[in-house]
Design a protein around this ligand. Sequence first.
Ligand SMILES: O=C(O)CCC(=O)C(=O)O
Ligand SMILES: [Fe+2]
Length: 247
Amino acid sequence: MALLRRDLLGYTPLYAEKLDPSLSSIGDSKESFYFGSLKGVLAQRYPNQWPSEGILPSWRQTMECYYKNVLSVGRKLLGLIALALDLEEDFFEKVGALNDPTAVVRLLRYPGEVISSDVETYGASAHSDYGMVTLLLTDGVPGLQVCRDKSKQPHTWEDVPAIKGEFIVNIGDMMERWTNGLFRSTLHRVMPVGKERYSVVFFLDPNPDCNVKCLESCCSETCPPRFPPILAGDYIKERFRLTYATS
Ligand SMILES: O=C(O)CCC(=O)C(=O)O
Ligand SMILES: [Fe+2]
């Protein structure tokens, strides 16, 4: 397939990904199309894999327009998160996170029919997103569930309603590392509901060279950093390696 993912951009087939690597299922029951940066060093290093204009006229322009708009919402949201943490509004700009960020849109399709298998198959198995924040739109078909307290076993899952005109926002793992757990990343999953489902996800992750290090205001002698500093690029690479280990 011409658009099969290169550096994860383009098309990802059914079952290629397993968001919860501890499961023994063949993979998550969904297919997707990824695209990322439109300009800058990352765009040159990881070029998008667009379908030809002949096959999908105006599709690329529509997607690029969405990308620019959702990225500007994401930047604004991070400014508000910085203020909530008593930091300067442009903190995430200043530490280089938003200078050529790893910002990716993912178009997802979950098929309605589920393969019969002894092993439980999910649309998206339980996971938290890797980066700073995720902005999610769905077509209103249920399936998305969230676990409010991921430290408590067994996990309790709640349905997340889709509200027209609103984003569902997930905190990512790198935000959890930065804030020493003050902002906890959201454990979530997508259950198969026997109905086709579409969603559009925007992952806003730091530039790969950004050092994600516990904020001074979030640690003390009695509450030391729970995570060592890590380069965002190294962290994301390892998470992708585990997620696609079986593909
Ligand atoms: O499709 C959804 O509602 C969520 C997808 C998701 O969690 C992901 O791709 O990380
Ligand atoms: Fe997710």
